[in-house]
Design a protein around this ligand. Structure first.
Ligand SMILES: [Ca+2]
Length: 350
């Protein structure tokens, strides 16, 4: 299921038939078809950590996960190599090219461009997500060839985690750091395992904890994620001064993680996209324009296809403002048999 706010509503525009109301039921069916095909709606890499400003692995870090640049960009979707495959909550990333370790006495300072914003439309209030190398323990017995007997099922416990103390701090200038309320911060060890096919800008339901997944198969875990890609959420509303008074923060461009004890292996940091419902897309039969209400913090691109498989962008991406958006295909002579959809992409700069 695609994340709310990610709209792909295709419209068949045929100059012979476009005045006929018979298009409407077809539109609904085609919308379902295209929703299944949703992928690649997020194009740029800047919605993840963009630069490592400082990294110290920790005073006794003996792991192989000490190459700082691997923390940049999106979380791993696939693990390469002979023992690799798609990253799922049962098969997390584990290579030195995927994870970065921090142990006691260590720290990591990352820059974000665009900055992390504290927007009211963020799901559960979370403004950024941290992804790690944890996975759900599978408890099935093994056969003599080391394959699971039966459908692999988890007991809801996580592997690859250990108790952790430390703090998460944020900054707008890299000099003054503000600590996020330590009482509100979930343990980084309780990070939801990464689902490589998920949306890395959509938090998992914050009312869940790992134990909620006890007894689930991988398919059931993926369904419970509801389109999210895993990770653990942080809210800039948790910023406070030394006395515990809240400090309002609209945005920050730097996050610093300091670990006092324990060890954590991290994959990536991601910005959260606003959680707005997908707009209803309409076709004006008179002008043959495609019309919908654009949401702030999203951009919309009209795409055309002759076969519902290959989609071509038509024109520039249009930023949503809350006002109606009207798009049309300026091409002439190829309108018969064309399908249209509007691809919504989170815009982290507006
Ligand atoms: Ca927030």
């Amino acid at each position: 299921m695609p994340p709310p706010g990610t709209a792909e509503a295709p419209i068949e525009r045929d100059p012979v038939k476009s005045n006929s109301p018979i298009l409407l039921p077809k539109l609904a069916v085609l919308a379902l078809l295209a929703l299944l095909a949703l992928s690649g709606g997020v194009r740029a890499h800047a919605q993840f950590a963009t630069r490592v400003l400082h990294y110290h692995p920790g005073t006794k870090n003996t792991t192989v996960y000490t190459n700082p640049p691997v923390i940049l960009g999106e979380p791993s979707r696939v693990t390469p190599g002979e023992w690799g495959g798609p990253v799922t909550p049962f098969y997390p990333a584990y290579l030195p090219s995927q994870l970065l370790s921090i142990t006691g006495g260590g720290s990591l300072t990352l820059e974000f461009d665009p900055p992390i914003r504290n927007l009211p439309g963020h799901r559960f209030g979370f403004d950024f997500l941290v992804f790690g190398g944890t996975g759900f323990m599978v408890t099935n017995d093994l056969d003599p060839d080391w394959n699971f007997i039966g459908i692999p099922t988890t007991d809801g416990s996580l592997f690859g985690v250990e108790p952790l103390t430390g703090r998460v701090q944020v900054s707008t200038n890299g000099i003054d750091f503000i600590t996020l309320d330590p009482k509100r911060i979930p343990s980084l060890g309780d990070v939801f395992p990464t689902e490589g096919t998920g949306d890395f800008h959509r938090p998992v339901d914050q009312t869940f904890n790992p134990a909620r997944f006890a007894g689930m198969t991988l398919q059931q875990v993926q369904k419970a994620y509801d389109g999210a890609g895993g990770g653990v959420g942080f809210d800039l509303d948790w910023a406070q001064d030394a006395s515990g008074n809240p400090i309002p923060l609209a945005s920050v461009s730097i996050v610093r993680l300091e670990i006092d004890s324990g060890e954590v292996e991290l994959d990536a940091f991601a910005l959260v996209a606003t959680d707005t419902p997908a707009p209803e897309v309409r076709l004006d039969p008179k002008t043959r324009e495609i019309e919908f209400t654009g949401q702030p913090h999203w951009t919309y691109t009209l795409e055309a296809s002759a076969n519902l498989v290959t989609w071509t962008p038509i024109g520039e991406a249009v930023p949503g403002t809350g006002a109606p958006v009207r798009l049309e295909d300026p091409r002439t002579g190829i309108l018969a048999g064309q399908f249209y959809r509007v691809l919504a992409t989170p815009d982290f700069r507006r």
